[in-house]
Ligand binder design. Structure first.
Ligand code: 16G
Length: 233
């Protein structure tokens, strides 16, 4: 193990005992305590910053970040997911339009390219902290009369159930690594080209109608995926 990896592990051990938001001792103190050069300590700290374990506030120091949110691979909504963790879900509408599906989205929604779709982009928040950006596409016929205000700080899945009497019966999701572009970084409050998870989800009713195609970018420094593994019999 390289020297800086060993220092990184020592810092991780120390962070395990710290509360989110607590500050690491100043660099000069750590250099003395750990018996390393300033450069090695910097390198180890940089790696922890990049992986989202700590946050550096210029002029203030380095602070512990809470554990990442585990997301299970199920057809839950963002709202349900956040509530289950005791966090306050929120969403801000970034754009809302009705337009023709076009070939690519038409294929995803299983409608003709000329069919009307609602295209909404939302910033999703947990306790006011930006977590993801969602681009949601819905066949217009599924949600007649839907307005941007309806989705502001509200759950799309709840609305489907209560207002449109639609229940999601199954979904397919892919997950890929990506990095944030300029706009995403700005909205999510992370540096340009930060690691992120790209989710694409299609959901169907029991009758086989597509009710959403969603492309979401989740912050890689705040999210990880947890899966229960079944053992092949
Ligand atoms: C989640 C889903 C998204 C769905 C949304 C509904 C992922 C990757 N995506 O964000 O497909 O549209 O929940 O949330 O999990 P809502 O009911 O809170 O609006």
């Amino acid at each position: 193990m390289t020297k800086y990896h060993a220092i990184r592990d020592q810092l991780l051990d120390r962070l395990d005992t710290m509360a989110p938001g607590e500050q690491l001792p100043p660099e000069r103190v750590l250099v003395r305590e750990l018996g390393v050069s300033r450069m090695t300590l910097r390198r180890a700290t940089d790696e922890l910053v990049a992986s989202g374990v700590v946050r550096r506030r210029p002029g203030a120091g380095v602070f512990a970040v809470g554990p990442k949110l585990d997301t299970a691979l199920s057809a839950t909504s963002f709202t349900e997911d956040m509530r289950a963790r005791g966090l306050r879900p929120g969403s801000a509408i970034l754009s809302f339009e009705r337009r023709a599906a076009g070939a690519r989205i038409g294929r995803r929604l299983e409608v003709s390219p000329a069919a009307d779709v609602v295209h909404v982009t939302r910033l999703r928040l947990a306790d006011d902290e930006p977590m993801s950006i969602e681009a949601l596409y819905i066949p217009e016929g599924t949600v007649p009369g839907l307005s941007p205000e309806d989705l502001e700080n509200a759950s799309y899945y709840d609305m489907l159930r209560t207002r449109y009497d639609v229940t999601i019966a199954r979904g397919v999701q892919t997950i890929e690594p990506t990095v944030t572009d300029e706009e995403e970084s700005d909205k999510l409050g992370v540096p340009l080209h930060s690691p992120a998870l790209l989710f694409e989800r299609t959901s169907w009713t029991a009758e086989g109608a597509v009710v959403e195609f969603v492309r979401s970018i989740y912050r890689g420094d705040r999210y990880q995926i947890r899966t229960e593994l079944s053992v092949p019999q």
